[in-house]
Design a protein around this ligand. Structure first.
Ligand SMILES: NC(=O)c1ccc[n+]([C@@H]2O[C@H](COP(=O)([O-])OP(=O)(O)OC[C@H]3O[C@@H](n4cnc5c(N)ncnc54)[C@H](O)[C@@H]3O)[C@@H](O)[C@H]2O)c1
Length: 285
């Protein structure tokens, strides 16, 4: 394969057996990286790794289910054993339980937090420990979603987990930046992967208005159209960025600023309950 932006780097992508993770793994391999293709669906991980290798790239499959420190440590050890170290960790893996908060069980909440939040946290921390030991910097790329700041129906546990990942990413960036390890997030737009197909089918079955379905059809992206941002963040220039969230579409790039604030002052320098309620209403509007 031709040399590229991340030539010779060792990249781990979790949940890379299909969907966006598969696209990230393929994009990294095409840019010259050696890729550990992780997925708890080991046969899908094998399929993706084999096809990268068949195309002239470098990859191995890994079947760990991320979510615990032990699994994350084994995953990073696998990268070291296969390729001698780790330069990039993309914490993409996730699965969630959806529904009304009045129907979801504690087990549903735990499942979602375990895969998304703890899967991200442990994978990133295991990579950070290895990168600190190696002393050559690195890049950690987490994955969030509009769901964490928009609030989407039926996705409360998912939004909670993604909000946790956002806070984790920001805190980790502060600690790892001085070590030359950048920590950022990508927030994919609605992209055509198996869970999104299921969601769209459910909207059709629920008789969603044609306008809504048309909006989805017009805006939905394909995984390979939005994958390159992960490679850009791991490239030499991209590594100068820290603590940022980017959304890439096939023809646009946005940075998310959830910490943007609007402020109003208290009249006469003091608040009353009524004045506060009025100020809060005008700020929220
Ligand atoms: N598709 C979208 O529109 C969209 C939008 C925003 C964010 N995202 C995020 O992008 C990521 C990938 O989403 P996708 O749509 O490609 O989903 P997907 O279900 O197609 O892929 C997720 C992969 O992760 C694997 N996985 C699940 N739990 C795992 C675990 N504990 N350990 C290892 N592998 C595990 C699954 O087997 C699957 O192959 C997720 O974090 C998702 O929240 C997706």
């Amino acid at each position: 394969m031709a040399s590229g932006a991340v030539q010779g780097q060792v990249v781990v992508v979790t949940g890379a057996g299909r969907g966006l993770g598969e696209a990230y793994a393929r994009a990294f391999a095409a840019a010259g990286a050696s890729v550990v293709v992780n997925d708890l669906d080991a046969s899908n991980a094998e399929r993706v790794a084999a096809s990268i290798v068949a195309g002239g790239g470098t990859a191995v499959a890994d079947g760990e289910a991320v979510g615990t420190q032990e699994a994350a440590d084994r995953l990073v050890a696998h990268a070291k054993e296969a390729f001698g170290g780790i330069d990039v960790m993309v914490t993409n893996a996730g699965a969630d339980r959806r529904g009304s908060v009045f129907d979801l069980t504690t087990a549903d909440w735990m499942f979602t937090l375990q895969t998304h939040l703890f899967g991200t946290m442990h994978s990133a921390l295991a990579a950070a420990r290895a990168m600190r030991e190696q002393g050559r910097g690195g890049s950690i790329i987490t994955v969030v979603s509009d769901a964490f700041h928009m609030g989407l129906e039926g996705l409360c546990p998912y939004g909670t987990a993604k909000g946790g990942i956002y806070g984790f990413m920001r805190g980790l960036a502060v600690e790892l930046g001085p070590l030359g390890i950048s920590v950022n997030a990508v927030s994919p737009p609605m992209t055509q992967t198996p869970p999104v197909n299921e969601f769209l089918e459910s909207r059709v079955a629920a008789g969603a208005p044609e306008g809504e379905l048309e909006f989805f059809r017009a805006t939905i992206q394909q995984p390979d159209e939005v994958a390159l941002i992960t490679v850009a963040l791991a490239s030499e220039r991209g590594r100068a960025l820290n603590g940022q969230v980017f959304t890439m579409t096939r023809d646009s790039l946005a940075v998310l600023r959830p910490n943007a604030t609007k402020t109003v002052g208290a009249e006469n320098g003091a608040w009353t309950v009524d004045a506060l309620a009025e100020a809060a209403t005008s700020l929220a509007g």
